[in-house]
Design a protein around this ligand. Structure first.
Ligand code: MRU
Length: 361
């Protein structure tokens, strides 16, 4: 069994619990967590035991269903009050990826629309909605992969940042979906992975999952990306996203925007890949995105045998940055590839989703 045979997040329906492949232990240990308590689920999201925008949305949806099961409410208003509290608590685990609130609100709306049902029936409907979010994610990622594959061909070299692979989703990933899908079709690629300081998602997760898929994988430190581009080694940059604004500004793991600047300078196409659930049409630009700030210890101590910075040094540790839309060659979604100007192309995608074509009679 290799890492790609494990699910990053799933629901055990028999002994209702959330199963999470603990990403903080990879690549050294494969450890599955069985969680039922909302505080443990919140902690798992905050500490990145489950991580990546789509995966945290799925985990939170299962978490909200499990909390709903354990609410001891006698009537609909008190059930909804408990559900709202659980939703808001889970939503507070991480602020940047829109998929978290998107998935939680999707479940909450199901309960809002079920006033005429019994509480056990509402709980069952929440379970089905959470399972649907997960299976839709697999389908969305596969379609992102198909669209992304039209941008590349056998033998190309891709540079990626952080982990937007299967571990961050239900299957295939987003930025890595074209690679995994291409592998299924017998294609070969080379991928350079940024190690992704400070939490090393590129080194620990992306390199691990790509090697498990037989991809020719090369690990570099984040500050080496300019050099490999200058040496002409990179055909395209593929990255994921945590929240995309209506104008195409794309928020992703810290370090992504400097990669985009480098790619522009060296003439390397820069693509953002993500599902429409990551596009937040309610915000006009990336300036409205809340950037998560994390603990100083992630920079000064984590991973080192001893502290590697003077005591009391000031530390700034933003977990994400926003890449300006001018630097992005295309945004690959499950509904196709949006091209500049994004204000028009993203709106066009959402108009198509809202107005599905009428089936012919
Ligand atoms: O802090 P993380 O590891 O959750 O950050 C993840 C990323 O930035 C990913 O690129 C993004 O969520 C897309 S995952 C398909």
């Amino acid at each position: 069994m290799n890492i790609l045979t494990y699910e990053s997040v799933s629901l055990d329906e028999n002994e209702p619990s959330l199963l999470i492949l603990d990403q903080t232990k990879l690549p050294n240990d494969i450890n599955i967590l069985h969680l039922t308590d909302i505080h443990d689920i919140h902690r798992a999201i905050y500490t990145l035991q489950v991580r990546g925008a789509p995966a945290i949305g799925i985990a939170a949806a299962f978490g909200l269903y499990l909390s709903a099961r354990s609410l001891n409410a006698q009537d609909y208003p008190s059930f909804m009050a408990g559900l709202k509290e659980a939703r808001d608590f889970l939503n507070s685990a991480r602020p940047t990826a829109v998929n978290l609130s998107w998935a939680l609100n999707r479940l909450y709306s199901v309960a809002e629309d079920s006033r005429d049902k019994s509480i056990p029936e509402i709980v069952e409907a929440l379970k089905l909605e959470a399972l649907a979010i997960k299976s839709e994610d697999t389908e969305m990622c596969r379609r992102i992969g198909e669209h992304g594959l039209t941008l590349i061909h056998d033998g190309v070299t891709i540079l990626t940042h952080c982990n937007a692979g299967q571990l961050a989703t239900s299957k295939y990933g987003t930025a890595l979906a074209p690679i995994h899908l291409g592998r299924e079709k017998g294609m070969n690629f080379r991928v350079y992975c940024d190690e992704t300081r400070p939490l090393l998602q590129g080194a620990r997760l992306t390199a691990f999952e790509l090697m498990a898929d037989g991809v020719d994988t090369t690990l570099i430190c984040d500050n080496m990306a300019g050099q490999v581009m200058k040496e002409g080694k990179i055909d395209a940059v593929f990255v994921g996203c945590d929240r995309v604004a209506a104008n195409g500004d794309s928020c992703n793991k810290i370090g992504t925007s400097s990669l985009a600047v480098l790619a522009k300078y060296y003439g390397v196409p820069f693509y953002v890949l993500g599902p429409t659930s990551t596009i937040d049409m309610s915000i006009q630009t990336g300036a409205e995105i809340v950037i998560e700030q994390r603990k100083p210890e992630e920079i000064t101590e984590m991973w080192y045998a001893q502290r590697m910075a003077p005591q009391d040094v000031k530390v700034y540790n933003p977990a994400f940055d926003v890449t300006d839309h001018e630097l992005i060659t295309g945004i690959v979604t499950e509904h196709g590839i949006a091209r500049p100007p994004y204000t028009d192309s993203l709106r066009e995608i959402f108009t198509t989703i809202e107005k599905p074509s009428t089936p012919s009679l």
